[in-house]
Design a protein around this ligand. Structure first.
Ligand SMILES: [Cu+2]
Length: 155
């Protein structure tokens, strides 16, 4: 009974936060066999200023928040401590830009798999809330354009 109660509470707080930070079109890039890392992408729109500070997933041993940035004319990705989500502004996590990096994968992420990812948001008051999303796995080839390629060429 106690267990059931806590599940109900978690579900409640998750849905409350799903209203505070809108999460649209989450997806994970499908991997090939033996590939140890991939990215999760989505659009985040916060109602009040907040930050994405952490992410977790049962399919990955380590999950980090990454950005892509130019370093000596080479596009590199690096870990960032948090991704600012200004109120009302849609922040795009996409290939070639910000992404949730899934490292140390426990197995292949196949097209059509549904990958659970827990996002941890921190509000201005420092309060953290978890939201679990289910991101379908898709191959990158299905994307209409590959933004990373364009960014490489412009620089
Ligand atoms: Cu990365």
């Amino acid at each position: 009974m106690k267990h059931l109660m806590s599940i109900a509470l978690v579900a409640l707080s998750a849905s409350a936060w799903a209203q505070s930070v809108e999460i649209k079109d989450p997806w994970v890039r499908a991997t090939v066999a033996q590939q140890k890392a991939t990215g999760a992408f989505m659009q985040l729109t916060a109602k009040a200023d907040s930050k994405l500070v952490e992410a977790k997933s049962p399919v990955a041993g380590v999950v980090e928040i990454h950005e892509m940035a130019m370093d000596n004319n080479v596009m590199k990705m690096r870990q960032i401590p948090g991704l600012a989500l200004p109120a009302g502004k849609t922040v795009d996590l996409k290939p070639g830009g910000y992404h949730v990096m899934l490292l140390d994968l426990k197995g292949q992420v196949k097209e059509g798999d549904v990958v659970p990812v827990t996002l941890v948001f921190e509000g201005k008051d420092g309060k953290r809330e978890n939201v679990e999303i289910k991101a379908p796995a898709k191959p990158l080839a299905n994307m209409p354009a590959m933004p990373a390629q364009g960014e490489h060429k412009h620089q």
